[in-house]
Design a protein around this ligand. Structure first.
Ligand code: SF4
Length: 345
């Protein structure tokens, strides 16, 4: 079976569960952003559930045509922080390097939804050289984060060549890869690809995007095990999404599943102000309440940091919850179970 790429193909699989009268708006949503749902993700969907949390991430919704006034086409300000095509430079010591805009699946809530897609431009050889020259000329850049799109959509040989060129820049200490491939297209994580992920000098870290425990089926866990067995440190990135994972038991199950797969939960992203994604958004207060509930249920090993990407390109900040309250002559500390305790200043 091939990746599903059209509304018709989704319909054939029984995945279009919205009122058929919304058809024109669904078509509008599908035109605004590419569709891709791999057979491996399709196999994880419970088709008898009209609200399946995996289907919800990839099947277009008529709600995508509702654009709120505060939603942005570039919600995290990539453009404002892009000195050279393919580079985003927000913090002194690190850059994003985006070699391509193709992904194995297209997530309807994507913060780069207006950039990603099979027609999205990849960097030409000259543009890639200019991006690498930018990094080479700045000794303060210690970490290079390969993102996109999904860098694992590059053929292993091209990925190895790109990593070797970044690795040849002596001041780069860490190369980080952000990818959804181990979840969405786990068979792609074969020997050749794993071998490509071995820079000779710099340390490579791997961040995997996963939003629900059910995304970690046997094939996905095997792909992650191949990476972990190769000595690659793994961390997890999750987007907090209404109707997908905005319940404490769902998040708890996901964090436990990630840790069991040797993936350290890293970030829980508050959903960005992406155009047409209001139906995925939860309030920050709700996110903080969920994090508080997780603190009472999970060890530190399984706790992600809840972060907001400040709109306009100002970077990420942790957004709580807080555990310190005011008291005239001491700090008032709240424990994980809601008890309050005085602690001398
Ligand atoms: S895999 Fe990542 S970059 Fe690609 S559509 Fe999903 S969220 Fe966006």
């Amino acid at each position: 079976m091939q990746t599903l790429r059209t509304l018709k193909a989704l319909q054939r699989e029984g995945l279009l569960t919205e009122d058929p009268r919304l058809g024109p708006r669904l078509e509008e949503a599908a035109e605004a952003m590419s569709i891709a749902l791999t057979p491996e993700m399709l196999a994880l969907i419970d088709r008898s559930d009209a609200n399946d949390p995996i289907a919800r991430q990839f099947v277009p919704s008529a709600s995508e045509t509702e654009i709120a006034p505060d939603e942005l086409s570039d919600p995290i300000g990539d453009e404002a922080r892009s000195p050279v095509k393919g580079i985003v430079h927000r913090y002194p010591d690190r850059v994003l390097l985006k070699p391509l805009h193709v992904c194995p699946v297209y997530c309807r809530f994507c913060f780069r939804r207006e950039k990603v897609g099979p027609g999205g431009e990849a960097l030409s050889a000259a543009e890639l050289e200019a991006a690498l020259a930018y990094i080479r000329a700045r000794p303060e850049i210690w970490e290079v984060i390969l993102t996109g799109g999904d860098p694992l959509m590059l053929a292993p040989r091209r990925l190895a060549s790109l990593l070797a060129r970044v690795d040849a820049i002596a001041h780069v200490g860490v190369i980080r890869i952000h990818s959804r491939v181990p979840i969405a297209d786990p068979s792609r994580v074969g020997d050749e690809l794993v071998a490509a992920l071995k820079p000779k000098r710099a340390t490579l870290w791997f961040a995997v995007h996963c939003n629900h425990a059910r995304e970690l089926g046997p094939d996905q866990r095997a792909a992650l095990a191949r990476l972990a067995d190769a000595g690659i440190p793994l961390m997890g990135q999750t987007v907090l999404l209404a109707g997908v994972n905005d319940e404490v038991a769902t998040l708890e199950a996901l964090m436990r599943a990630l840790v069991s797969a040797r993936v350290k939960p890293y970030y829980l992203h508050h959903p960005d102000l992406v155009r047409g994604t209001g139906h995925f958004r939860v309030s920050i207060e709700r996110g903080q309440a969920l994090m508080k509930a997780l603190r009472a249920r999970l060890s530190g090993l399984a706790q992600p940091t809840y972060v907001l990407d400040v709109p306009g390109g100002h970077g990420k900040v942790p957004i709580g919850p807080g555990y310190l309250g005011d008291d005239p002559d001491a700090l008032l500390v709240e424990d994980a179970f809601g008890g309050h305790h005085r602690y001398a200043r």
